[in-house]
Write a protein that binds this ligand. Structure first.
Ligand code: TMP
Length: 250
């Protein structure tokens, strides 16, 4: 049963955000829709919404327990999360530990190159413009964040990378790269927002050396490798094996 949510505030490709009777909260519904290449490719994957909601919840709790401030409050049921209401900054903050994806399509950097320190890329979140890569100078002109917020975002992204990389390593998963979104609350504080799931991370199985079989994230969908939901299930299984069940929020 759906939670007792308020009106629809925003519908994205993979989630719907609804209001709540409590002004400072929102309900987030994780959809089964899978999209890639700016939604040129679209499919419904039964079970994906539940898997991403549960994986995200476990990972937000893990990060919170390490002192990272997030929008997460708890889960309402299998596919619904309760979160603090924030204004999401239209930036995609991408951290890359291993070169792949757009980095290798757009530069001669060889796939598999280890990036140490991790490469931090900012993209402007705008479907109409195709989420363009930003330089720091362009970011400044856009004025989306203050220089101090930019520093905070970089520190936050690197801290999240450290925590998630070492957590995943314990369950034989390699965090290749991931995308974060940052929200601002009424007090002007930055909170980690959106989701952290195989839709927004690249995660490889360290138990496999096969370059296709090891992929346990949305690249299975992007590259038509099949077994998308099964891969997400494997991630949830390993994450759940190393964390406690996400809390219910009322
Ligand atoms: P990229 O290599 O395609 O730029 O992707 C980098 C990371 O960001 C990867 O983990 C997938 C994630 N990502 C999103 O979450 N949303 C997007 O729209 C894109 C393009 C990438």
């Amino acid at each position: 049963m759906n939670p007792d949510h308020g009106p629809l505030i925003y519908e994205g490709k993979a989630k719907r955000i609804f209001g709540s009777q409590k002004l400072e909260q929102v309900f987030i519904e994780f959809k089964n829709d899978a999209t890639a290449f700016n939604a040129l490719k679209h499919s419904e994957l039964e079970g994906k919404g539940r898997l991403n909601c549960q994986i995200s919840s476990c990972l937000f709790e893990l990060l919170e327990s390490e002192g990272v401030r997030t929008h997460y409050l708890g889960i309402a049921n299998d596919t619904w999360m309760v979160a603090k209401r924030v204004q999401v900054i239209p930036l995609e903050v991408v951290l890359r530990n291993v070169a792949t994806g757009s980095l290798c399509r757009e530069t001669p950097i060889q796939p598999g190159t280890e990036l140490e320190p991790a490469l931090l890329d900012f993209y402007y979140k705008d479907d109409g413009l195709g989420d363009p890569l930003l330089t720091e100078a362009r970011l400044k002109i856009l004025g989306l964040v203050t220089p101090d917020q930019l520093l905070q975002i970089e520190q936050l992204a690197r801290r999240v990378n450290e925590l998630l990389t070492s957590f995943f390593e314990k369950v034989d998963l390699l965090l290749v790269d991931f995308k974060l979104e940052i929200g601002v609350n009424d007090a002007g504080e930055l909170l980690l927002a959106d989701e952290i799931s195989p839709d927004t991370c690249r995660i490889w199985d360290k138990r496999s050396i096969d370059s296709n079989k090891r992929i346990l994230d949305k690249d299975r969908f992007r590259k038509d490798l099949g077994g998308v939901v099964e891969a997400y299930e494997e991630i949830l299984k390993r994450v759940q094996g190393a964390t406690s069940n996400p809390r219910f929020y009322k």
